[in-house]
Write a protein that binds this ligand. Structure first.
Ligand SMILES: [Fe+2]
Length: 358
C-alpha cells in the first residue's frame, strides 16, 4: 500500500477527506513521538483521521503497539519513512508564550488571583461537552482582547463559560460589564457567587443558545466570546447569537476552533459563512492558542476499539486556534429567533455517538 492508497483507505473508514499529505504528517508525528495524543496534537488533523491512519499503519505492519498503548515504528515502518523522505516533525514553538505571542510577565498578579479564586471550580462534565482551558490560556485571552481594544471600558458577552473567562476578565478591572449566558446551572451559580463575593461587574444567566437571545441583549455588547461545538450547524447558531448581541460596526467576536474536531474542509465552509453570510472580517487566527486541561471523561467517551487511543494523555493535547472577527460598516443584524440545532456531533467529533443528540 502506498501513501495515497493509505489515505484513500482512511477516507473510506472515516468519511472525512484524507490526503497523502495528511498521512505524511501523522508519520512525521510518529517519527518524533510514540504517544497517540502527542501525534494528534502535532498532526493537526481530525481525531478520527489520525486514529484510522495509525490503525491502517498497524495492519500494514509499519507500526506496532506495546502494552502501554505506545506506538512504535517497526523496522519496515522506518524504511518506509526513509524511502518516502519523511523526517521527524520539527517544533520551533516559543516556549515562553507557548506560541500565543502574548507575554504574561505583566499579568502575574492576575494569574495568581484567578488561580486562587477558582480552585473550587465545577468539574468538566460530558452533558455539555465541557472542558476548560489552562490559566495561561484564559489570561492570554484576556490580554488579547485588551490588546485589540475590545476590553477596556467595554461590555463583554461570554456565551458559555466553563473557562471562567468572565471572572478572569473582570478581575483585570478592565471591562465595564460582563454578562455570561450559560446552560449549566452549576456554572451560573458559581460565577454569580464569586462575582458577588468580590463585587465584580459580572452577571451569569441560564441560557440555551438554541433559544433566541434575550431581547435586552440584542445590540447591547461591544465584544463577544465563545467556544462553539464544532458542527457547522452549531457554529452557525453560535455566531448568530454572538453577532446579534453586538452593537454595530467595529465590534469584535472571539472564539476557538480546533483542528482535532474540524477538518480544513469544515474550516473553509465556516470561513465562507463568516465572510459571506455574516459579512465580518477575520482579523486573527492564532494557532494552538487555547490549551485544554485534560478532562476526566475523555477515555470513557471515545472509541475503545484501538488500544493506542485508550491511553491517558501525557500532555495538554487538545488545543484550539483563536479566532477574532470584526464587524464592518453597514453591519446588519440577523433576525433574532429560536434556532433548533439538532447536530452537536458529526463524523469529525471526538465523541462519536450516532445515537446521541442533545
Ligand atoms: Fe513568545
Amino acid at each position: 500500500m502506498d501513501i495515497k492508497q493509505l489515505a484513500q483507505e482512511v477516507y473510506k473508514r472515516t468519511n472525512v477527506e484524507t490526503t497523502a499529505r495528511d498521512v505524511e504528517k501523522v508519520l512525521a508525528g510518529l517519527a518524533s513521538s510514540s504517544h497517540f495524543w502527542e501525534v494528534v496534537c502535532a498532526a493537526q488533523k481530525p481525531f478520527s483521521v489520525v486514529a484510522e491512519i495509525v490503525g491502517v499503519l498497524k495492519s500494514e505492519g509499519l507500526v506496532s503497539i506495546d502494552e502501554e498503548g505506545d506506538i512504535h515504528l517497526t523496522q519496515e515502518g522506518m524504511e518506509f519513512l526513509k524511502s518516502s523522505r519523511i523526517t521527524p516533525r520539527k517544533d520551533f514553538t516559543c516556549q515562553a508564550c507557548e506560541g500565543r505571542g502574548i507575554g504574561l510577565e505583566k499579568l502575574k498578579e492576575l494569574i495568581q488571583k484567578f488561580d486562587e479564586l477558582t480552585t473550587d471550580r465545577p468539574k468538566a462534565i460530558i452533558d455539555y461537552d465541557q472542558g476548560y482551558i489552562t490559566t495561561h490560556s484564559v489570561i492570554s485571552r484576556v490580554a488579547l482582547m485588551a490588546e485589540r481594544g475590545d476590553l477596556q471600558g467595554k461590555k463583554l458577552l461570554v456565551l458559555g463559560d466553563d473557562d471562567l473567562l468572565s471572572l478572569a476578565a473582570s478581575l483585570s478591572g478592565m471591562p465595564a460589564e460582563v454578562v455570561v449566558l450559560e446552560i449549566d446551572d452549576r456554572l451560573v451559580g458559581y460565577i454569580n457567587e464569586k462575582a458577588s463575593k468580590l463585587g465584580l461587574p459580572v452577571k451569569a444567566i441560564k441560557y440555551d443558545f438554541r433559544e433566541k437571545l434575550p431581547e435586552e441583549y440584542v445590540g447591547y455588547f461591544d465584544t463577544f466570546n465563545t467556544d462553539p461545538p464544532e458542527t457547522i450547524e452549531a457554529l452557525e447558531v453560535c455566531m448568530t447569537r454572538g453577532l446579534t448581541a453586538l452593537s454595530g460596526e467595529g465590534c469584535a467576536g472571539y472564539f476557538g476552533l480546533t483542528r482535532t474536531e474540524a477538518s480544513l474542509k469544515k474550516w473553509n465552509q465556516f470561513q465562507q459563512m463568516l465572510v459571506n453570510k455574516f459579512k465580518v472580517a477575520i482579523t486573527d487566527i492564532i494557532d494552538n492558542f487555547n490549551h485544554y486541561v485534560n478532562w476526566d471523561y475523555l477515555l470513557g467517551s471515545i472509541r475503545d476499539d484501538y488500544t493506542f487511543v485508550q491511553v491517558k494523555p501525557r500532555l495538554n493535547w487538545y488545543r484550539s486556534s483563536m479566532y477574532r472577527i470584526e464587524t464592518l460598516s453597514g453591519f446588519e443584524r440577523l433576525e433574532n429567533k429560536p434556532m433548533p440545532c439538532e447536530l452537536y456531533v458529526d463524523e469529525e467529533a471526538l465523541i462519536y455517538r450516532p445515537d446521541r443528540k442533545r
